[in-house]
Design a protein around this ligand. Sequence first.
Ligand code: OOG
Ligand code: NI
Length: 472
Amino acid sequence: MPPIPTWRLRAAFARRLSDMYGTEVPAYTTLLEVAGQINDEVARRDPDAGRLGSIDRVTAERHGAIRVGTPAELRQAAQVFAALGMHPVGFYDLRDGDIGAVPVVSTAFRPTDPTELDRNPFRVFTSLLTTGDRRFFDADLEARLTAFLARRRLFPPELLRLAERAERDAGLSEADAERFLVLAVGAFTLSTEPVDRAWYAELERISAVAADIGGVTRTHVNHLTPRVLDIDALYRRMGERGITMIDRIQGPPRWGGPDVLLRQTSFRALAEPRTFREPDGRLTRGSLRVRFGEVEARGIALTPAGRARYDALMAQPEPQAADRGQALCARWEREFPRTERQLAVDGLAFFAYHPVADRPRDGHRPPADLAGLLADGWLTATPLVYEDFLPRSAAGIFHSNLTGDGTRDPRRAGTPFDAHRLAAALDRPVLDPFALYAAQQDDSLRRALTTLRADAALHALDAPAGHRPTRP
Ligand code: OOG
Ligand code: NI
């Protein structure tokens, strides 16, 4: 094993990227401070605070968002993330959302192994500009975009070489790791190169996201998101600190039942100084608003059936603004299981199952169904954390920070895009998040049942003939 294994590279990268982003976007540092305070408070008052991830994991936990312009750039980003043990999971199409369409398709690079997630769950939501989508770009603009993107280089060859080595060897030597980290963080640092005013403005008329991707010569972190254990408290406290948040928390409402999936909120993009090249060649100072701060609370991963229930709930009309929170809460109390146990028994959420340490070992046969195994104290169910994103929330996050609505011609057909096509562009498989959770759950359940059966078999051996326990 190389001196700096994959997970250490990932943890170091996440930390350095976070430090770098804090110098670029000071409000992010405030967000980290407040999130840290709240996590400490929750850890002190709630003995169950670590139920969805140890406090160490949650404190270090971040997701980032980046945006790239071409399949080649996406493949290179994937190579850098592969060095960090982060693999493409999930396919998100944000081009025809009802909340405001953005000309991108996305995936999330993240660790997939439970041990790796516990060590450091860093993930990056990564979006690819769909330059061929005629609803957004006509043939002439597509051609000019393609030419512009072909001229730029986001990742230096030395970085990509080191990334390949890190992926192949599952880590790097100390010296190589240092060089890799410096180059990798550098690749996501805001560029000081002048922005071509007319070109940027032309793309911005289509979509602010298109301009952020294709209007500049480099890429950068769009936002970094810490995880917080009480997002409602965080929302209030940021307001008290004078930072205006968007008008809501996206995702499930605050309610009395289990936390599921993902709740997110953000503050508006801040004006950042940039240098512009004007049409007459002069350099001027100006500013752009594209980068913002976001924070999230994570809950239990839902099965496809659970997710369908969630989607149906979210598709219902919004309650009146005045008592929106209360009305949503009441709706959930009525229509969603109120306990983790019920979610498990109904097959709506994913859990890891373990034999209870002091389970009955008197030769009693365990019941054959999950409900009985849980109710009678044979198995415990530990919720699996939702490690992914929500397309509706992502669209909301994009949209809340767009300067204008952009333009999309709904009469034209979009380029078809799906996980397979994204995998082809990446030249790597795009993993299905549900399959990952299901594999982890099934694996735990299989082991747990094997242990229970071994108990019963052992007891059968011990028991003298004629004294075998009778079964109901
Ligand atoms: C990505 C928006 C999606 C999230 O947390 O849902 C996202 C972006 O703005 O590039 O980060
Ligand atoms: Ni985000």
